[in-house]
Design a protein around this ligand. Structure first.
Ligand code: AMP
Length: 282
């Protein structure tokens, strides 16, 4: 695996690769890699002769200093996992080179896609996220980019970013990889205590049960009974949001919909905030 820390050296390498008429696939991550990340890298590798994985814990997308300080950083293990997966290129940029001092972040102004859910609960998050993603797109010039449905709202915001700047990159949204008990794999899972980890399984359980009964029960009732189940499960659970929306517009929707509906959830299990979602109309 080739490892690049400087923008210019990565660009020189990719320029040569592009001459061989290779397409470039790109998977941005914040490290603490797990099977969810590796699934994106494998998909990129299957579809492109050259794939670049980036690892960068982007301070500007954290609205909470404690969350940033505690975010797991496991670079040695990450490198091992990437080598094992066969990933050809790792980009490990320096923060100072990526974000020179006083640089302004991009405005994240995409209506409901940036105002609702994570936009509401994590002010500034999407502005930081799109600023770094746009930067990576401009540096790497990937033909294809791979994001996880795990961060469904992020995918929709990146879709809007690509549209706004007419970026020549295709967005691929890849399925959520889950633990055997259904919990979505996440770098933050490593920070759950055993008790919090046991509690967290209620999140996918609720999503699966919403999916199962989506067409039978009025959506409002389904949401209120799910909220009751979540809070009754453990005093550790605090729900930031649980809603059913139209996947393409982010407007509230219900069981009569003819379009794609998705259930979105964010909940705290003790000190750790987890997000998950599920398409209900497959
Ligand atoms: P992160 O390192 O959390 O910023 O995630 C990097 C990429 O991996 C994002 O596109 C995430 O949506 C994706 N990802 C994270 N967890 C999963 C998962 N469990 N399954 C699939 N993709 C995931």
């Amino acid at each position: 695996m080739r490892l690049f820390k400087e923008i210019k050296s990565l660009q020189n390498f990719l320029q040569n690769e592009r001459k061989k008429s290779s397409t470039i696939g790109f998977v941005p991550t914040m490290g603490a890699l797990h099977q969810g990340h590796i699934s994106l890298i494998k998909k990129s590798m299957a579809e492109n002769p050259i794939s670049v994985c980036s690892i960068f814990v982007n301070p500007s997308q954290f609205n909470n200093a404690e969350d940033l300080a505690n975010y797991p950083r496991t670079i040695e293990e990450d490198i091992k996992k990437l080598v094992e997966s066969g990933c050809p290129v790792l980009f490990l940029p320096h923060e100072k080179e990526l974000f020179p001092k006083n640089e302004k972040l991009l405005d994240a102004d995409f209506g409901l896609f940036t105002e609702s859910f994570e936009g509401k609960f994590r002010p500034g998050h999407f502005s930081g996220m799109i600023s770094v993603v746009k930067k990576f797109f401009d540096i790497i010039l990937p033909d294809h980019s791979y994001f996880g449905q795990k961060d469904f709202q992020q995918c929709m915001v990146v879709k809007e970013l690509i549209k706004k700047y007419a970026l020549p990159v295709r967005l691929h949204i890849c399925p959520i990889v889950r633990e055997p008990d259904g919990l979505a794999k996440s770098s933050r899972n490593a920070r759950l205590t055993p008790e919090e980890r046991n509690t967290a399984v209620i999140i996918p359980q609720i999503l699966f049960s919403i999916k199962e009964t989506f067409h039978q029960i009025p959506t409002e009732d389904l949401i209120s009974s799910s909220l009751r189940k979540l809070t009754a499960h453990s005093p550790m659970v605090k729900v930031d949001y649980l809603e059913v929306i139209d996947a393409d517009t982010f407007k509230p929707t219900n069981r009569d919909t003819k379009t794609k509906a998705v259930a979105m959830i964010a909940a705290w299990c003790g000190n750790i905030r987890l997000i998950d979602n599920m398409i209900l109309t497959d």
